[in-house]
Design a protein. Structure first.
Length: 255
């Protein structure tokens, strides 16, 4: 009599074990404190008339004297007041609240809420030593990702995620800085545009749980940001394909 052995190989990318091997923890909420690591950059849009910008901002009375306008528009080149603005985009700051629903031991769906704060320093002439303004933007967004746990060993997990996000600019303004008779003054210019920023992303990550409901994680990935159709300059317009590394802490709640 011939004995035969059969080995069953489970496809890790299959949902076949979803019905009969449901995980103990089907869902949890994770508060993720994110810190993005990358590089800041500069962007040079088309030349603009700096005198007209400040005259419109400060009021028509400031335009009655061209000398006074030159003082206010300290970035003027004295040759028609046409200059290029230079944007130095700082790293985005992010804070997120994520919710994860486990489909099985390997697959899960994540969503949640993100807040992003973007800051850009503005220089109004080539090689200008002083800033002519600071731009600040606040976004709230909802990500949606699929997560695959590729490796799980004790308290350590390695995973891959892919998906997208929609972020809405809830507020934006630039603080224009002027030098008036040697003293610095500023005027706030609020933006009327509130664009949606759409993006897709993919990342790999590792997580280590050192307590039942607390874990440390690090993620490295790439995001592609689509043009939002607005006139607001951001780091996402200059670098549509953006490499980033996120590190943080997750607090998990739920059964």
């Amino acid at each position: 009599m011939e004995n035969s052995a059969h080995t069953h190989i489970t496809d890790p990318f299959s949902f076949a074990d979803f019905e009969d091997k449901k995980p103990e923890n089907r869902s949890h909420i994770a508060i993720a404190f994110l810190g993005s690591i990358g590089t800041q950059s500069t962007y040079s849009p088309k030349p603009i008339n700096m005198q007209d910008r400040y005259v419109n901002l400060l009021g028509a009375q400031w335009g009655e004297s061209s000398v006074l306008a030159d003082i206010l528009c300290n970035a003027s080149d004295k040759k028609g007041h046409v200059l290029e603005e230079k944007y130095s985009h700082l790293l985005p700051l992010k804070l997120g609240l994520s919710l994860e629903y486990k489909l099985n031991k390997r697959w899960s769906i994540t969503s949640g809420f993100n807040y992003s704060f973007l800051v850009s320093d503005i220089y109004a002439s080539e090689g200008a030593p002083e800033k002519s303004g600071v731009q600040k933007l606040s976004y709230v967004g909802i990500p949606l990702n699929i997560k695959f746990t590729a490796l799980s060993a004790g308290e350590f997990n390695a995973y891959i995620t892919a998906g997208g996000a929609a972020d809405y600019c809830i507020s934006g303004y630039r603080d224009n800085i002027c030098n008036i008779s040697g003293s610095r003054d500023s005027r706030i210019e609020k933006y009327s545009e509130h664009p949606f920023q759409l993006s897709i992303n993919a990342s790999v990550g590792a997580e280590y749980s050192f307590l039942n409901y607390i874990s440390l994680f690090i993620e490295g990935g790439v995001s592609n940001y689509f043009n939002d159709g607005s006139t607001i300059e951001t780091i996402y317009k200059e670098k549509p394909v953006y490499l980033n590394t996120n590190v943080g802490i997750r607090f998990k709640f739920g059964n």
